[in-house]
Design a protein around this ligand. Sequence first.
Ligand SMILES: Nc1ncnc2c1ncn2[C@@H]1O[C@H](COP(=O)(O)OP(=O)(O)OP(=O)(O)O)[C@@H](O)[C@H]1O
Length: 340
Amino acid sequence: MSPLIEFRDVSKTFTSGSTTVSALDSIDLEIDAGEIFAIIGYSGAGKSTLVRMINALEGVTSGTVTVDGVTITERNEKEIRRIRSRIGMIFQQFNLFRSRTVFGNVAYPLKLAGWSKERQRARVAELLAFVGLTDKAWAYPDQLSGGQKQRVGIARALANNPTILLADESTSALDPETTQDVLRLLKRVNSELGVTVVVVTHEMDVVRSIADRVAVLESGRLIEVGSVFDVFSAPRTDTTRRFVGTVLKNRPGAGDVARLRARHEGSLVSVTIDGDAPIGQVLTDAVRRHDLRFEIVHGGIDALQGRSFGNVTLALSGEPEDIEKAVARLRAVAEVEVLA
Ligand SMILES: Nc1ncnc2c1ncn2[C@@H]1O[C@H](COP(=O)(O)OP(=O)(O)OP(=O)(O)O)[C@@H](O)[C@H]1O
């Protein structure tokens, strides 16, 4: 099956006066129908530029972008408008019309598409029920909380039954609890309506909460792409490791190791937990068989896409050969590193 969204060797440069900025550099990326795909990167990495190419709000300098089999970078305005009508978008600042009610905001794209008043009413009622805002139909945006405003944004973006929803930093203006509410709603948009969702964010917690796959952008280049589990459990670049470190307790850094060494006797051993490896059982056996003691001194275990994942650092003390044997047994079930 061909991907729903495909970037082939896409580059983008912005030129103003004598300065040229490379916003995107040779991007190859595929997003499949039905997935929740996240694009993460620091400010200026090129995330917005990339996502805005999907609905042709941004053009390419070179390369091609194909959406549902149509190479939009080669199409005229009229054809682009037709494709755009199948793509919804939500924004960090919600972009609602302040002078229109919630009903008026959600009905707006339907009005533009020439729907009758009666059909508009029925569709808006359905959308407001879906996002849980039926009782706010006649409120104005200024009377709503940030989370409610984003729900209106989502209802409006869904009005024309899009196949793709683009969410550009859609929770960045919200507190953590409201963020989770909105992310749960986006998950329902994906699972109940079958909409492919592309989320742009600088927060790894958003990626962990919602995405199936993630791409990491740095200075306009795609440095990593994979399932959320794979990227979190085995990040291949320092930038990705830093992002992962913001939500998961990782292997201790150099400063942590020095501190741990000063406070604990024995060997420091870092064990990566992935799935249901019987780490506890191996440790209990080792303690029983050899004269060994252990202390858990750093780390934590979390759930990631339904699997346990994390890292714990143990201080193992006892005879060196017994520690070696215990480490060998741990190595049989997990990734283990003896910290220098
Ligand atoms: N219209 C423009 N004119 C000139 N430069 C631009 C324009 N749009 C983006 N850029 C530059 O392109 C680079 C990528 O910007 P982009 O907004 O895509 O990054 P981002 O990862 O979305 O960042 P942020 O999280 O801060 O929004 C930046 O260096 C930015 O300054």
